[in-house]
Design a protein around this ligand. Structure first.
Ligand SMILES: Cc1cc2nc3c(=O)[nH]c(=O)nc-3n(C[C@H](O)[C@H](O)[C@H](O)COP(=O)(O)O)c2cc1C
Length: 322
C-alpha cells in the first residue's frame, strides 16, 4: 500500500497540480473518469500573506466530491510559508501539503521560489524542515530533475537531504528548469532519486497515455505517476490507465459525440463553480473547449468559431452544432 506519512494514497496515478487548469470543474470531470487523487492549483505564499481570506477561500474552492485533495504552496521564506500553510489548513482538509520547487516561470524564479529553490538546497531543506516539524500534516516536495542541467547523482543527493529534512514523499518532474515543458524526460534522475530515498517517489513528465505511464513506472521503479498535460481535454486518461494496468487492454479512441457530451458537462461545471464576475471566465471556457476539440474534423474552422464565442450559452450552441 502506497503511503505518504500514515496516509494511504488511494491510487498510484494522480492528477498533477496545474495552475490555471486544474480548478474545481477540471478536477470533478477528472474524478468522474477515474482520477482518485487530485491537487489544488498551487497557492502563492504572498497571496495568502497579503491577500484577503475571501480570495483564499476562492482559490481553495472545493466540494465533498472533490476529495481527497492535496494543497501545494509556493514560496521562499520558511516562516512566511509556515503561517501561510496554517491559514490554508484552516480552510482545506488535506492529507499532505506539497512544496513547489518545480515551477519554471520567470516571475516565480525572480522571487527565488519554485524551481529556483533547486539552486538553494539549504533554503529548500529549511522550508521542508520548518513545515514538517510544525504542521499537523505530512509535507512533500515537487522537484525538477535539475536547474540548468540534469545530473542523477546531484538529484539523488538533494533528495536524500530533503528526506532527512522531513519530506514524506517526492514528486519529480523529469525535466530541468531550462527545458521548461519541452524535450525528453530524464528517467535516470527519477530512478536515482527513487534508489536514494525510502519515502515514495512519483514520476512526472510526458505521461500522455497508459503506455507512457507504464514506461515511467518501469524505467524509474517509481511508486506512482502524475498525469498533467495528458489530462487536458482528455479526462478519459485515468480510466484508460487503470484498465490497461489491470487487463492490458489499450484504450479505444473517444467518439466525437462522447467528447461533446463530456466537454459540455465540463463547461457546465465551469459555469457553476467559476466566479461569475471573473472577466477571464469565457476565455477559460474557450481554452478548455480547444483542448477537447483537438483532432476534430475542420479543426481550424472550429478553432476560429470558438475564438469568437463570448458567452457560455453561445459556446454550448456551437458545440451542439459541430
Ligand atoms: C498549465 C500547467 C500548469 C502547471 N502548474 C503546476 C503547478 O501549479 N504546480 C506544479 O508543481 N506543477 C505544475 N505544472 C507541472 C505539472 O504538474 C507536470 O509536472 C509537468 O507538466 C510535466 O508533466 P507532463 O509532461 O505530463 O505535462 C504545470 C504544468 C502545466 C502544463
Amino acid at each position: 500500500m502506497l503511503k505518504i506519512g500514515s496516509y494511504k494514497v488511494p491510487s498510484n496515478v494522480l492528477l498533477a497540480p496545474m495552475a490555471g487548469c486544474a480548478d474545481l470543474a477540471f478536477r470533478l470531470i477528472a474524478r468522474e473518469h477515474g482520477a482518485r487523487f487530485c491537487f489544488f492549483e498551487m497557492i502563492d505564499c504572498n497571496s495568502v500573506t497579503y491577500g484577503s481570506r475571501k480570495r483564499l477561500l476562492k482559490e481553495l474552492k472545493t466540494t465533498e466530491r472533490d476529495k481527497p485533495i492535496a494543497l501545494q504552496l509556493l514560496g521562499t521564506d520558511p516562516d512566511d510559508m509556515l503561517s501561510a500553510a496554517r491559514k490554508m489548513l484552516e480552510i482545506a482538509e488535506t492529507p499532505f501539503l506539497d512544496i513547489n520547487a518545480a515551477c519554471p516561470v520567470k516571475k516565480v524564479i525572480k522571487k527565488h521560489a519554485g524551481a529556483y529553490l533547486l539552486n538553494d538546497p539549504k533554503r529548500l531543506c529549511a522550508i521542508i524542515k520548518t513545515l514538517a516539524v510544525k504542521l499537523p500534516v505530512p509535507v512533500t516536495v515537487k522537484l525538477r530533475a535539475g536547474y540548468e542541467k540534469n545530473d542523477p547523482k546531484e538529484a539523488a543527493e538533494l533528495a536524500k537531504r530533503l528526506e532527512s529534512s522531513g519530506a514524506a514523499a517526492i514528486f519529480v518532474h523529469g525535466r530541468t528548469r531550462s527545458q521548461m515543458y519541452s524535450g525528453g524526460i530524464d528517467y535516470d534522475s527519477i530512478r536515482a532519486i527513487k534508489d536514494a530515498v525510502r519515502v515514495p517517489v512519483f514520476g512526472s513528465g510526458n505521461v500522455f497515455d497508459a503506455i507512457l505511464a507504464e514506461k515511467m513506472l518501469k524505467e524509474t521503479s517509481c511508486d506512482g505517476v502524475l498525469v498533467a498535460r495528458g489530462a487536458l481535454g482528455n479526462p478519459w486518461i485515468f480510466d484508460d490507465i487503470d484498465r490497461y494496468f489491470k487487463t492490458g487492454v489499450r484504450p479505444e479512441a473517444v467518439t466525437l459525440e462522447n467528447k461533446k457530451k463530456v466537454l459540455k458537462k465540463h463547461l457546465a461545471y465551469i459555469d457553476k463553480y467559476k466566479d461569475t464576475r471573473s472577466p477571464g471566465r469565457v476565455g477559460f471556457m474557450r481554452k478548455m473547449a480547444l483542448w477537447y476539440l483537438r483532432g476534430f474534423p475542420n479543426a481550424a474552422e472550429t478553432r476560429h468559431q470558438i475564438s469568437l464565442v463570448n458567452s457560455y450559452e453561445k459556446m454550448i450552441k456551437l458545440i451542439d452544432s459541430l
